[in-house]
Design a binder for this molecule. Structure first.
Ligand code: HDE
Length: 699
């Protein structure tokens, strides 16, 4: 049927536009006009070529075919893991030289800025899944160093589920959507995951981290990062030192509550992506310190566990973390697909002076990432994509051709050695024995075996260390998370096996989880090695370490018509002076008419801006405005959720009926704003943890 806006066919052979003159934008300058992919300028981008104005479309229309065909192929396979990600450009600046340990320029040239591209991700969900499931976060940094790219492809948790790469496909199959039903998406709370975990006691330490608040982060700007695997640094004399890499966020490590994370998923599925983008867009550049733990072979040998085992961490109380640089992310990508989607991280991208260890998890990763890019990006030439190309140094060799070859190499010689350079021809690049990449000379001791070393056998001491190092609040959250996840498992034997394993971590924890499930504690499972008590590491906590400002956080001020503008201004000024972003939320997006008649424009409408999206809230209402909100569930939810999610609530006296209806009970985090807007800041900077037992039955 003809589009109603399309002028009736006149019989004249003049082009007909669908949208009419107003939206039919034209250009005649060559650099402004639309073309096909091969450069032919278009005269009409509104209509396909048809047999008559109301007739069938012609196969001849190569312009339509090219456009539709390109569109049909716009998607590439998403990453098998870490599919959902967000990224940014920035720089790394070295503040302390590691020249004693490495010859890598990126770690020896103090003050030099190296460009980086950093991609954060969830692990289990697909590319279109939400940002806030309980999940590990990927933290992958590509440093464009002057000696080639260095990719530090890490996570926000310093250990991993498994010890050997051969178990990775099993782990990922178990956590992803179940094979027959295709759900749940982006969730570990289901039978196959916990079945696998129960049968793989080596995962227990990682499970302690996964059940902690670290896996429900407040912001990607507020996560730590870890290289996880052990690497080596090699100095000028090729002497090797073990190294563990750490990223520490300037804004501190901060988390949400589980119920809050669940509700954010509905309110804003792009919560973390938006937060990162908007922070950078408004000049609030996220920053991290890079720290290293350095260990000689003798120091590694003295550890009561194997430094090659990625299920173990080295407590920083035992080997301190030395800060050697900082990373700042200061530019959003120009194009999500070209950069964030097409970036290819490879743990094998190592500049001279940084080398791998024999960690069997890392060894498998050395193959996997290169391999996966071939199916994801489709060609061995993926390194030629702008986001993957080395910068500030040439990349050249005698590899040739392949699909989508973008380069035009010159010369006759495509082999090495060759002697054509001497004949005046281009002979190509040559190896550099001194400055090139060299592998650490590590003696190979044994014959070929397919077995797990005895030194990897202890699966519980570190899980115990992590649990016992936490504050009581964090321990309660872990126990509660375990109860939640296991309650989603329909097979009783799956739950029972986890309980049996937990007894090796901590009897109290196992009992709490059993009580939370209303199950009996089963006999303890037999550990491969007897768990040891290690000295607790308070460095592993989050609670009690929130920074003493609102830097990077957000405050909502809920207003109604007739609200007192002076109070709004005072709260806004105090919160902004403390570093927060302030948003005005009103029942209508047009804003609220304040006492005195002035219109205060709103940043968000109440129903679409629930309190889960903010770190603290202030209720500046008029008596009438409050009376109306008593009949609006979005308003009661706004207040009730702020309360149960342990947020500071500032209020004017007129808001009391709403506080009462929402079940808010006065405590240190509920602040009458007549005491002054500043009184609202201290509870807003943290979470009033003491409130939690009053609002949640914790395990
Ligand atoms: Fe990955 N991992 N991984 N992984 N991983 C991938 O590579 C793999 C592991 C990590 O933002 C894939 O390009 C194996 C540990 C991040 O693009 C794939 C093993 C750590 C990212 C792959 C591991 C990570 C990936 C999928 C066990 C923390 C996202 C797409 C031996 C140190 C990078 C891709 C980005 C991505 C394989 C274990 C971190 C399939 C085989 C341990 C941050 O190659």
């Amino acid at each position: 049927m003809a589009n109603s806006k399309t002028p009736a066919p006149s019989g004249a052979a003049k082009p007909v536009t669908a949208a009419g003159g107003e939206t039919h934008q034209t250009a005649s300058a060559p650099d402004a006009r639309l073309t096909t992919n091969h450069g032919t300028p278009l005269s009409d981008n509104q209509n396909s070529l048809k047999a008559g104005p109301r007739g069938s479309t012609l196969l001849e229309d190569f312009i339509l075919r090219e456009k539709i065909q390109h569109f049909d192929h716009e998607r590439i396979p998403e990453r098998i893991v870490h599919a959902r990600g967000s990224a940014a450009h920035g720089f790394f600046e070295l503040t302390k030289s590691l020249s004693k340990y490495t010859r890598a320029k990126v770690l020896t040239e103090v003050g030099k800025r190296t460009e980086v591209f950093t991609r954060f991700s969830t692990v289990a969900g697909g590319a279109g899944s939400v940002d806030t499931p309980r999940d590990v976060r990927g933290f992958a940094v590509k440093f464009y160093t002057s000696e080639g790219n260095w990719d530090l492809v890490g996570n926000n948790i310093p250990v991993f589920f498994i010890q050997d790469a051969i178990k990775f496909p099993d782990l990922v199959h178990a956590v992803k959507m179940e094979a027959d039903r295709g759900f749940p998406q982006a969730a570990s709370a289901h039978d196959t995951f916990w079945d696998f975990i129960g049968l793989m006691p080596e995962a227990t330490h990682m499970i302690m981290w996964a059940m902690s608040d670290r896996t429900i982060p407040r912001s990607l700007r507020m996560i730590e990062g870890f290289g996880v695997n052990t690497f080596r640094l090699l100095n000028d004399k090729d002497e090797a030192t073990f190294v563990k890499f750490h990223w520490r966020p300037k804004l501190g490590t901060q988390s949400t509550c589980w119920d809050e994370a669940v509700k954010i998923a509905g309110a804003d599925p792009d919560y973390h992506r938006r937060d990162l983008f908007e922070a950078i867009d408004t000049g609030g550049f996220p920053e991290w310190q890079l720290g290293v733990q350095l260990l000689s072979q003798a120091e590694a040998d003295a550890l009561p566990f194997d430094i090659l085992d990625a299920t173990k961490l080295i407590p920083e109380e035992l080997h301190p973390i030395e800060v050697v640089g900082r990373m700042v992310l200061d530019r959003n990508p120009d194009n999500f697909f070209a950069e964030t989607e097409q970036v290819a991280f490879l743990p094998t991208n190592l500049p001279p002076g940084i080398d791998v260890s024999e960690d069997p998890l890392l060894q498998g990763r050395l193959f996997s990432y290169q391999d996966t890019q071939l199916s994801r990006l489709g060609t061995v030439n993926f390194h030629q994509l702008p986001i993957n190309q080395p910068k500030g140094c040439p990349f050249q060799n005698l590899q040739r051709d392949g699909q989508m070859q973008m380069l035009v190499p010159k010369g006759r010689a495509n082999y090495e050695p060759n002697s054509l350079a001497e004949a005046g021809e281009i002979g190509g690049p040559r190896e550099d024995p001194k400055g090139g990449f060299r592998t650490a000379q590590i003696p190979v001791e044994d014959g070929k075996v397919r077995l797990r070393p005895e030194s990897f056998a202890d699966h519980y001491s570190h899980a115990r260390l992590f649990f016992r190092s936490q504050t009581e609040i964090e321990q309660a959250h872990m126990a509660t998370a375990l109860v939640f996840e296991l309650s989603k498992c329909s097979f009783e034997h799956v739950r029972t096996r986890i309980l049996a394993n937990l007894r090796n971590v901590d009897e109290g924890l196992a009992q709490r989880v059993a009580d939370g499930l209303a199950m009996k504690l089963p006999p303890t499972s037999a550990p491969a090695a007897k768990p040891q008590d290690m000295k607790p590491s308070p460095a592993l906590r989050i609670v009690g370490k929130y920074p003493d400002t609102l830097d990077g956080r957000s405050v909502a001020i809920l207003v109604t018509d007739g609200a007192d503008g002076a109070v709004v201004d005072a709260v806004r000024a105090a919160a902004e002076a403390d570093g927060a972003t302030v948003k005005i939320i009103a029942p209508k997006i047009g804003g609220a008419k304040l006492k005195g008649g002035k219109l205060l424009p709103a940043d968000g409408q109440l129903a679409g801006s629930p309190s889960v999206l903010f770190d603290a809230v202030a209720l500046v209402l008029s008596e009438d405005g409050c009376a109306q909100l008593l009949n609006e569930s979005a308003a009661t939810d706004f207040v009730a959720n702020a309360f149960v999610h342990l947020k500071a609530i500032g209020f004017t006296a007129e808001a009391q009926p709403l506080l009462d209806k929402a079940g808010v009970v006065p405590d240190d985090g509920v602040i009458d704003l007549k005491a002054g807007a500043k009184a609202f800041l201290p509870p807003a900077r943290t979470r009033p943890w003491a409130r939690e037992p009053a609002v949640r039955l914790l395990a």
